[in-house]
Design a protein. Structure first.
Length: 86
């Protein structure tokens, strides 16, 4: 999907086209964040729900001590897996 178009309503609302919602896995109640850059382009990011990364380090609990590097690697691996970037 390269570009999609939508119409702004009189109330300033825009319905995100279905292909975009599908790509971002957006559903009713999800939160998004908009950012405007210096070229007047808007980016949209789906915000993670609180607790969405809960439990991703449980496999490290088998060790007595875990380094920060091991935690960072485990978090990166699990988040990539969760968001289809493996």
């Amino acid at each position: 999907m390269n570009t999609v178009r939508a119409k702004v309503t009189t109330k300033g609302q825009v319905t995100l086209p279905k292909p975009l919602r599908d790509t971002l896995d957006l559903h009713e109640g999800d939160h998004v964040e908009f950012a405007l850059n210096s070229d007047q382009q808007i980016s949209l990011v789906k915000l993670r729900k609180p607790g969405s990364s809960a439990g991703i380090l449980k496999h490290l609990g088998k060790k007595k001590t875990v380094t920060v590097k091991e935690m960072d690697q485990a978090i990166a691996k699990e988040m990539a897996k969760k968001h289809g970037r493996t």
